[in-house]
Write a protein that binds this ligand. Structure first.
Ligand code: ASP
Length: 575
């Protein structure tokens, strides 16, 4: 016998039968002698009506006391709904003539209307997140997130990957972000860290002889959060032994093909690949949005001929003139408007050239020698916008986005890209050298890290990012499997031998016993879900997200703990 029926299960064959449904009263209204309400369950909504003669006085009176969001069970006769208006439900063609009603929970009226949660401020929605989720539009995002996780699992199972859990309480081995630390009760004054990722553990699994590992792993990173980050999130974490980049790429592309097939979106594989250096040169970004067809070209050589000291002086300092060609002519005033936007964004003056009806206007035409303008190779109805910049070319990235938006040039769809050959090291804002991914990434040529022929920041690694529509979905690398290389990388990062032993001793020792060549990747699941649905926010896809200050408005955490708990841990709060 069939179990409980959900709204989604109702079909023509049940017409005229008595059915029992469970759910929430979505809305209710009285119309003459009839009470109409919508019943909502996890799968849809259906209209229910109570007629005094058919339901009886007692049931009718009970129905009169119903309020939105009461939780009920009701039974009645499934009927065809006259007029077949859909009214937001896929079962709009049916309705139920109620015979029996049980109120299972007559809750308080919620602080906001469930169907209008998007109009409510974030603080209130956060506090009552469980009520907000009752709104099917919100709930569907969480369902989609869950489905993406399920399809990812299905895919990796089908490829014979083993799902192996790794601990969350681990040794503090920071990977770039700050650790969340957890005090030990047994060893006072000592701490675990919540894993930032299973990075070292998955590499150790390769050392144990597993060939193919994956896990949907929770990661914890105590970062100052940007709008689209969470302090804890789940990622698809995978690793394979005896591989090079190509195999990892095709595994991940296969995963996206499977996801696309299951969720009904269109993607093209294989994904294009671009080195980090060419991404910066062509798009001034290491995560270019390839829906935008515009790209950057270098015009420094041409501008060197301009009879202008200002330009000559800029070029002498190593600055370059780079420009973006757009398939539209612009007027002087239009170009001025773009310039204002660039300046408001912190950029310098915008130089432009535009050709219309065979005539080219150019910001510095006064200084242009004979034949200069022709070198831009402009066709009719084309313009170029130039920026002069040194190493920091980020304004060009902004300009590229701005121009594409202004002229509505972005293509639709999902544009994936592998960005490869990242630098092994980078210098952060404080001038400190760090890994551009993490310290376990293999250099493209190990001899680079032993010699002195290249500056550290010029050394290329076997790290890659996967980018979708200008958003980084994840990253990975081929890893180091030679302990000498690993120690040398630590040295370059300024990690002393003593510190190496304290922090990574277990890992280096394991490497002494031999690591197979291996590599892998990790991709955020909520971000994949959000991007597949074209949504800018991952927060909506997480059942109970945290705010940008990493607090939970619903449970009011973090919060103080009892003095006795602190005592047990041997902790005292300063100040
Ligand atoms: N552990 C890295 C991360 O979580 C990904 C990887 O290299 O596999 O970002």
């Amino acid at each position: 016998m069939k179990g409980r029926i959900l709204i989604h299960d109702l079909d023509e064959g049940m017409l005229g039968n008595t059915v029992r449904l469970y759910g929430f009263i979505d809305s209710i209204r009285k119309l003459g002698a009839l009470i109409f309400c919508y019943l909502r369950d996890d799968t849809g909504k259906i209209q229910v009506f109570f007629d005094r003669t058919s339901a009886g006085d007692e049931q009718y009176a009970l129905a009169e006391s119903l309020k939105a969001e009461h939780i009920v069970s009701l039974s009645g006769i499934l009927k065809n709904r006259p007029g077949e208006q859909a009214l937001g439900t896929d079962k709009g063609a049916f309705e139920i003539e109620a015979k029996e009603l049980k109120v299972l929970a007559a809750g308080q009226t919620p602080p906001f209307e469930i169907s209008k949660t998007e109009e409510i401020n974030e603080a209130l929605r956060g506090k009552f997140r469980y009520l907000e989720i009752r709104n099917p539009a919100i709930k569907n995002k969480i369902k989609f997130h869950a489905l993406v996780g399920r399809y990812i699992r299905e895919y990796f199972y089908s490829k014979d990957y083993l799902e192996i859990e790794t601990p969350y309480l681990i040794k503090s081995t920071p990977e770039g972000a700050r650790d969340f630390i957890v005090p030990s009760r047994n060893f006072k004054g000592q701490f675990y860290a919540l894993a930032q990722s299973p990075q070292l553990l998955k590499q150790l699994l390769m050392a144990s002889g597993f060939e193919k590992y994956f896990q949907i792993a929770r990661c914890f990173r105590d970062e100052d959060l940007r709008a689209d980050r969470q302090p804890e999130f789940s990622q698809l974490d995978m690793e394979r032994a005896f591989v090079e980049e190509d195999e990892i790429f095709s595994e991940i592309e296969g995963m996206f093909s499977y996801l696309a097939e299951k969720t009904g979106v269109a993607i093209e594989t294989p994904f294009p690949r671009m080195t980090y250096a060419s991404a910066l040169e062509k798009y001034a970004s290491d995560k270019p949005d390839l829906r935008n067809p515009l790209f950057i070209e270098d015009y420094t050589g041409i501008f060197a001929d301009l009879d202008m000291d200002m330009i000559r002086n800029e070029l002498k300092t190593g600055s370059r003139v780079r420009g973006i060609k757009v398939p539209h002519a612009v007027s002087r005033s239009q170009a001025k408007k773009f310039e204002e936007k660039i300046k408001a964004h912190g950029g310098k003056g915008l130089i432009y050239a535009s050709r219309s009806l065979g005539e080219t206007s150019f910001t510095f035409s006064k200084y242009a020698p004979q034949g200069f303008i022709e070198k831009f190779n402009l066709s009719d109805d084309e313009s170029i916008f130039f920026q002069i910049s040194g190493r920091d070319a980020s304004m060009l990235n902004y300009l590229r986005t701005l121009l594409s938006e202004e002229f509505a040039l972005n293509a639709d769809g999902l544009k994936f890209l592998w960005v490869t050959d990242f630098p092994l090291f980078e210098i952060n804002a404080e001038g400190v050298i760090g890994s551009s991914h993490h310290p376990f990434t293999a250099p493209a040529d190990p001899s680079d890290i032993f010699g002195n022929s290249k500056p550290l920041t010029a050394i290329v690694s076997k790290a890659y990012d996967i980018v979708l529509n200008g958003t980084e979905l994840g990253s990975g690398s081929i890893r180091i499997n030679d302990v000498k290389v690993q120690r040398r990388i630590f040295e370059h990062l300024g990690i002393s031998e003593k510190e190496q032993k304290e922090r990574f001793g277990f890992f280096l020792q394991a490497m002494e016993y031999g690591f197979p060549p291996h590599g892998g990747a990790a991709l955020g699941i909520a971000r994949i879900a959000a991007m597949l649905e074209g949504s800018p926010s991952i927060k909506d896809y997480i059942a109970f997200p945290k705010t940008t200050s990493a607090s939970c408005l619903m449970t009011d955490s973090p919060s103080p703990v009892d003095k006795s708990q602190l005592d047990e841990l041997g902790l005292d709060i300063k100040g």
